[in-house]
Design a protein around this ligand. Sequence first.
Ligand code: ADP
Length: 630
Amino acid sequence: MKKKEFKTESKKLMDLMINSIYTNKEIFLRELISNASDAIDKLYYESLTNKKMKIKKDDLEIFVSIDKDNHTLTISDNGIGMTKEELENNLGTIAKSGSSDFKKENEHKENIDIIGQFGVGFYSAFMVASKVEVLSKKYGSEEAYKWTSSGVDGYTIEEADKESYGTDVILTLKEDSEEEKYSSYLDTYEIESLIRKYSDYITYPIKMEIEHTHEKEKKSESDKTEYETVKEVEVINSLVPLWKRDKKDVSEEDYNTFYSDKFFDYEKPLKHIHVKAEGTIEYNALLYIPSHAPYDFYTKEYEKGLQLYSNGVLIMEKCSDLIPDYFSFVKGVVDSPDLSLNISRETLQQNRVLKTIANSLENKIKKELETMLKENREEYQKFFEAFGMNIKYGIYDQFGMNKEKLQDLLIFASSNDRKFITLDEYVEQMKEDQKHIYYACGETLDKIEMLPQVQRAKNSSCEVLYCTSYVDEFALKTMRNYKEKDFMNVADASSDFSSSKENEELKKEQEKDKNMFEEMKSVLPEVDEIVYTSELDEHPVCLSSKGEISIEMEKALNAIPQEQSIKAQKVLEINFNHEIVKTLRNLYKEDPDSLKEYAKVLYSFSRMIEGLPVENPTEIASIVCKYMSK
Ligand code: ADP
């Protein structure tokens, strides 16, 4: 029998498959099962228009069998089958497909990851098999043929015997090597789990013969227990995926069980979103919003993405393009018949489909969150505790490109009983003459509430948003304003809650004490300015900042290892109504050395109140003790 050569392109692709260093060799099974399913589809659809064909839907099936003695794995279907010419054209060449273009495009990429993601069909069999035989009989034909190949050197086609129409793909597995145990594909359990993993939702039954060991029935009580092994044919796949079912046929429990099985999370999800889209692009999606962040969520190990199916066949475990970074917590599956298994064909078109699906999913997720925010604040708070940080990252990421989309998903605890409110609610409740949206930063709500600046805002009946996470302020700074109201940190020196008349008087006093402040500043190189304030109740001092960098940002930025440390421009505010002012004025006249020591102590106190470290604690301790011992 004459051996025929593969067409050059096929040869190249086969070479790639045979020598593939690709670790995910197991996907060959998915590819062959998908081909089988396509062949059955073709037969079935033909029969719908051709009355002469007597095809019963219930008979259509894929059968996977293992022959340990011969070291073979066989995938059989009762689909359309192939003629001699078709065997030749379909398996001898891949001229029509774009696979070679795809290969060229990706040649420079070391890891040929794309094989696993989109598959290159039939040829992937050569990743695990030393010999591939395809025994096929076309529906309606009398003859059957067998195509055989052991690799790049070519293939043969000969007449063969096959009882009924359809195709058997018989793989003689490669010998085990150190890196790869090909014999694991002879293990029933392994094959079963691969079918469940990759082909669970193929719409035709995938059957296998499974051995079961039963206890033999005893003839009398005194008999020894004996076992017998029986072979039973079982359907391995679950046939209709949850996401393709009608919403009314799926119970809450079904949704939850599916979620925990699929995503290994034993806590119930907060929400599910079931989408059935029809129109120019058809797809089904089932998305979940988890109720807590996975342990690695805020690390770089976490991979976002949705499972992507094409007509029930898994093509990608985690398709990251389907979900924007700020919604990376969403889990789920997407299934679209408009995505072909083989990306090689029309890469561009594929991307367009993916993009359209991604856009509409993003809108759906956003709507769902907005509804939750409106209708169930408690649940939303739970969501926000877990993933709010991610939304805030989303706001300042990419220079605020997505801020408009996300700003209404933010909530903050507010000075009004620490209730969580949205920015919109804040603005609604603002005093008429209030120009800014005020916020305050600190480690905990308790600490924030104790800040003198928060007290003074409350005294002038301004609501304050409490920011306990370091990303908060970065997000607010990126947004700059909301509904035309600028954000302002209460610790910003330009925030001012007193009347202008009061202010003028203070300015005069400040002017009087200009030289005293200069004297004090001479020992406080970090302090940009010393001012009087009248808004601190009984607190003697506070520290505020001016300019772009707030004290809270200084803390966050300096927690990141980098060469230069970043400093906020600091303003030491002294309560003009406090006793300490008299003392300072006296010292300025009578004891300038002590004035300097007082300045150091006051500055250290203001740093402590802000949660900044005291940089010279030993010096401060001895100064304070000196005065305490007097
Ligand atoms: P693809 O399925 O992406 O077109 P493949 O390399 O997997 O590419 O298969 C090439 C062709 O071989 C298929 O398009 C189909 O026409 C034919 N083929 C493969 N497997 C079968 C099968 N089990 N039954 C009938 N035809 C098949």
